[in-house]
Design a protein around this ligand. Structure first.
Ligand code: HH2
Length: 264
């Protein structure tokens, strides 16, 4: 899943793809590099990011989704918490609602997901984007993330979302310390064992710079991102949300070839 942030302030690529022509060019690059899904977002979720009004978010994402859908692009995902943005994105041709709040932003969100009939990514986050990195705390991060994800899947199912439309995501970097992120990355098999496809989003995140201070700039974090992606692949995640699509695709091809050459 290639990331296309249509925001002025995303942590790693904010402002780069403002405006439809630049966004479309980047989308085509990601597809050519091997992206099977594109994830388009019009509101940054980085700690301290300013909220975006619903009309502004729709104006950022919908024209690009519509143009890509007309082009016959791969499946399109919209990264939004807002049901009205998800609705507009699906009307324009998206088929996946990627929600970092796991359908908790508005009371009607689970019903809207069911009504839209789209796929839904339910992500774990402790707290809210503005303050989530202040003092994240867990007694058992894996058990708590798993319990949260199952509860949100139940809420989606109860609203009428079909089971095969639900994806889960541990939410790397969302209300998590370095240790929490590493514990989750080391136990992704536990999340995969919950019985839903898992999406992993570790690309260019700050924990990489904590482990390798020379990677302070987000666009210097591709090698660390690939290491995390391979850990995800090894654990059986179904999709990787990434910025560096070509480099990651190469790493995955080599990893898969080595895996397939092992005696069975
Ligand atoms: N991470 C970000 C945004 N959306 N969605 C899912 N499902 N999983 C993630 O890990 C995830 C996500 C943050 O990354 P990015 O989009 O690059 O930055 P920003 O939120 O600043 O736009």
């Amino acid at each position: 899943m290639g990331i296309l942030n249509l925001t002025p302030d995303s942590f790693s690529d904010g402002g780069l793809y403002d405006g439809a022509p630049a966004a479309l060019a980047q989308a085509r690059r990601l597809i050519a590099q091997g992206a099977d899904i594109l994830d388009l977002g019009g509101e940054s979720t980085r700690p301290g990011a300013d909220p975006v009004p619903v009309e502004a978010e729709i104006a950022r994402v919908v024209p690009v989704i519509a143009a890509l859908a007309r082009d016959g692009a791969p499946p399109l995902s919209v990264d939004t918490m807002k049901p009205d943005v998800a609705r507009a994105a699906m009307a324009a041709g998206a088929t996946i609602w990627n929600d970092v709040t796991a359908l908790r932003y508005a009371p009607q969100a689970p019903d809207v997901a069911a009504e839209l009939g789209c796929q839904v990514v339910l992500m774990h986050m402790q707290g809210e984007p503005r303050t989530m990195q202040a003092a994240p705390r867990y007694d058992d991060v894996i058990a708590e993330v798993c319990a949260f994800l199952l509860a949100r899947a139940d809420a989606a199912l109860a609203a009428g979302v079909a089971r095969e439309k639900i994806w889960l995501d541990p939410g790397i970097g969302f209300g998590k310390s370095l240790d929490h992120n590493l514990t989750l990355l080391a136990h992704l098999d536990r999340i995969c064992a919950l019985g839903f496809p898992v999406l992993l989003g570790a690309s260019r995140k700050r924990f990489i710079a904590a482990l390798h201070p020379a990677a302070d700039a987000p666009d210097a974090r591709a090698p660390g991102s690939i290491a995390a992606a391979l850990a995800g692949a090894e654990a059986g995640v179904a999709a990787l949300r990434i910025h560096d699509v070509g480099e990651t695709a190469q790493a995955l091809d080599v990893w898969a070839a080595i895996r397939d050459a092992r005696p069975s």
